[in-house]
Design a protein around this ligand. Structure first.
Ligand code: SAM
Length: 284
């Protein structure tokens, strides 16, 4: 049965109306599901953590291919449906919780065994909390190989851009610090029920063994990037001064010492440039 008919049937059987506040747009395009499965390269040695399984469309394909699938779903209405649908799978586990509150280190530790070699995150994310979820996955420094997720196209373009690129924002730097990002496929809004207002993309974040640049104080690095992007139309000098990183004279001296143009805007800087600034501030 194709996922469009399956989804319609389940919605009718359980009398479910999608909850917009929870970002519920159910995937009904089998080709897109094939692409997600292929891109995540899911296999029997994988522990897959799926965020927001919803009615279980993607979950079913993950269960057929992975060693173990642990799903985290906030909407209690989905819990009965998923438990009923996957009762014959012994590699299925479901957690009824807000993903932002789940201790993912513990979850991974509890599910690691000799058959599990890799941990991967796969999800059609709820769009209202895309950024907090991705940042949690990265900042928690989980021992995971990759994150393959559907997000809004506009967000995807920002996440996979190079730092300093035309779509880049503060988050682009964080993504490129922790991962090597890649766009997998653009997805039309007609691939979901109900159709969201915007188009989407599947992206894959290949998590690096160690961050792409070395920096003494990671927190300071991201604080500086945030300040620079809060006023991205201003020069870096003015943005950092207004953000009270230091006095204008001190910032001028720092940029001169680091051979960074005093007129440059923060959005033009590379991750290495920000790392240099961060290390300079740490030392002085
Ligand atoms: N995976 C399903 C699919 O592809 O059809 C549903 C994806 S839908 C875009 C997002 C899912 O995330 C919904 O099932 C929603 O209930 C769930 N969700 C929303 N907020 C959540 C949260 N904070 N924690 C866990 N799941 C959440």
């Amino acid at each position: 049965m194709n996922s469009y008919i399956e989804t319609k049937d389940i919605l009718k059987k359980y009398n479910i109306v999608a909850n917009k506040k929870l970002g519920q747009n159910f995937l009904i395009n089998d080709e897109v599901i094939d692409n997600i499965i292929k891109a995540s390269n899911v296999n029997k040695n994988d522990l897959i953590i799926e965020i927001g399984p919803g009615l279980g469309t993607l979950t079913k394909r993950l269960l057929d291919n992975a060693g173990k699938v642990v799903c985290i779903e906030l909407d209690t209405r989905m819990i009965n449906i998923l438990n009923e649908r996957f009762k014959f799978y012994n590699n299925f586990e479901l957690i009824n919780e807000d993903v932002l509150k789940v201790d993912l280190h513990k979850l991974i530790k509890d599910n690691k065994n000799s058959n599990i070699l890799n941990v991967k995150i796969v999800a059609n994310l709820p769009y209202y909390i895309t950024t907090p979820i991705i940042m949690k996955l990265l900042e928690d420094k989980l021992n995971i190989e990759s994150i393959t997720v559907m997000v809004q196209k506009e967000v995807a373009d920002r996440l996979v851009d190079v730092p300093g690129g035309k779509n880049s924002g503060a988050i682009t730097y964080a993504i490129n610090y922790y991962t090597k990002p890649q766009k997998i496929i653009d997805v039309l809004n007609t691939s979901f029920i109900p159709a969201p207002e915007v188009n989407s993309s599947v992206i894959k974040l290949n998590v690096l063994n160690k961050p792409s640049v070395e920096v003494a104080d990671e927190e300071l690095l991201f604080k500086i990037i945030k300040i620079a992007f809060m006023q991205k139309r201003k020069t870096l000098l003015n943005a950092l001064t207004n953000g009270k990183l230091a006095s204008k004279e001190q910032i001028e001296r720092m940029l001169t010492d680091l051979k960074i143009d005093l007129k440059i805007r923060g959005e033009k800087l590379t991750l290495e440039d920000f790392a240099k600034i961060s290390d300079y501030v740490s030392k002085n």
